[in-house]
Each structure stands twice: as C-alpha cells, then as structure tokens.
Design a protein around this ligand. Structure first.
Ligand code: ZN
Length: 256
C-alpha cells in the first residue's frame, strides 16, 4: 500500500464533512458522496511557476518521473518564466501523458492586451503562443475549443483523473484557509475598502476531489505545501470562468 496523504487532520477541520471514509483503489479516498484523490501537494518555488508545480503534482500522482527528467522536458520545450496553459499541454504530451486541453480561445485573446496581468509579456508572447496552437495537432497535443461543465469535471475526478485549472486567484477563496491578512488599509471588518486591487491574477490549481452533498470542490493550491484546499462549486466556477482565464482547463488522464 502506498502512503496516503495524512488527511486525518484535514478531515477534522473540514467544513465539508467527509463521512464514511473508506479505501477505494490504492490512491483514492472515496466517501459516500464524494472523492478525494491522493494527489501530493507541491509548492511552487517562484511567483511564476505555479503551472509547473501543478504539473509536478499531477505527474507524481499518476506517472512519477525524476526531477532530472522533468527539468530536461522543460528545457527541451524552452519553458520560460511565462508559462501558459498550452505550454502545460505540450509538457504532458512530451512526457507521454494522455491529456486534453479545453479553452475558449485557440490562441491569444487580443482583449487581454490591456489587462495589467498580461501586459508585461503580451507582445513577445503572442506569436510564440499562437504558434504553439497552430502546431499542436501535428505534435500530438490535444486541444479543443470548448467549455467544460462542473459536472464533467466531477465525473472526470470520479474516475481517478485530475485537472489543472486556470483560475483567477483574486476570486478563488478557500473555505479552510484563514482569510488573508489585509495589509492595504485598517478599516474595520465589513466596511468596503477602496484600495486598489488587481482584477485578475492568473493562477493554476489542481482539482482533485469533490463532495456533492455539500457542493464543494477540493483542490491543491501550489501556493501552499501543507494542505488540500476546498471551496464551494459556486466560487470555483466564478474563479475559473472569470475574464482572463479563457476557461482554460487541462484534463489529465490516469490511464496513461
Ligand atoms: Zn486552503
């Protein structure tokens, strides 16, 4: 038996209560009304590598490779500090992992040019990213222009598969982590703050479980190394469908 995530401490804190835990396959925890896959949590090292950290989590879960092989793949694909979802799809393809990248825009959405999050790299990245889309099919990278429903995501997880999801980190709120400290101003709680806050902050997380009776989604956030996070389906939907994400989702399959 492989070691499990120590979820006993997690379970005691879960607002989404997990009842009747029992073992399901080697690497899955299943409840009467939900699933929590044993996807290891790996913390990102820099501000820009959340996508690579998510890829490492997924790989460690379904197809362990050495750090050296992972690094070589990143070098061969010339992954830089600007990692887009299409880069992660190429990475999975390169490593022989069955995948499907779903997005609303096949290429770069011109509308993002004026968003501060994208501004920095937009012009240099636009050609590179569009070329990756054009060449995807010939390279064996599976890309589809489609919207994935939450039902499709939970059905995917139920089969032991995982997904790397692009979210707006400004919107995504974990029910288990304590609220972030407000550094911007010292207004009493409940009063509206008018300090500037970015509207969009792209961030990758790994969807790895759900509880259908409480309506929550479990996900690994590479910003943390020690926890599985949890949010309502409503909040998860808002965060992944937020303007700027293109609803990017990289479905990754266990049987690869
Ligand atoms: Zn959390």
């Amino acid at each position: 038996m492989k070691p499990f995530i120590s979820i006993s401490s997690l379970v005691t804190n879960l607002k989404c209560s997990i009842k009747y835990l029992y073992e399901y396959e080697d690497s899955t925890r299943m409840t009467e009304d939900g699933v929590l896959l044993n996807v290891p949590v790996i913390r990102q090292l820099y501000h820009w590598d959340c996508g690579l950290a998510c890829s490492k989590m997924v790989l460690k879960y379904l197809h362990p490779i050495s750090d050296q092989d992972f690094q070589s793949a990143c070098w061969e694909l010339k992954l830089t500090e600007s990692v887009w979802t299409i880069d992660l799809a190429y990475l999975m393809c390169h490593l022989g992992i069955r995948h499907q990248f779903c997005t609303q825009t096949l290429g770069v959405d011109k509308g993002f040019r004026n968003q501060s999050f994208y501004k920095k790299h937009f012009d240099t990245e636009e050609d590179r990213v569009n070329e990756l889309f054009v060449n995807a099919e010939s390279k064996g990278v599976v890309v589809r222009k489609c919207s994935v429903t939450i039902h499709e995501i939970t059905a995917h997880i139920e089969q032991g598969h995982v997904a790397i999801v692009l979210v707006n980190a400004v919107v995504l709120t974990c029910d288990l982590c304590s609220l972030p400290v407000k550094y911007c101003c010292f207004l009493p709680a409940g009063q509206k703050c008018f300090c500037r806050r970015p509207e969009y902050q792209g961030h990758f997380v790994v969807a790895c479980g759900f509880n259908s009776s409480t309506g929550c989604i479990f996900y690994n956030n590479p910003a943390y190394a020690d926890r599985v996070c949890c949010t309502s389906i409503t909040n998860f939907e808002e965060a992944r469908r937020s303007y700027g994400t293109d609803e990017d989702i990289l479905l990754v399959f266990k049987d690869s």
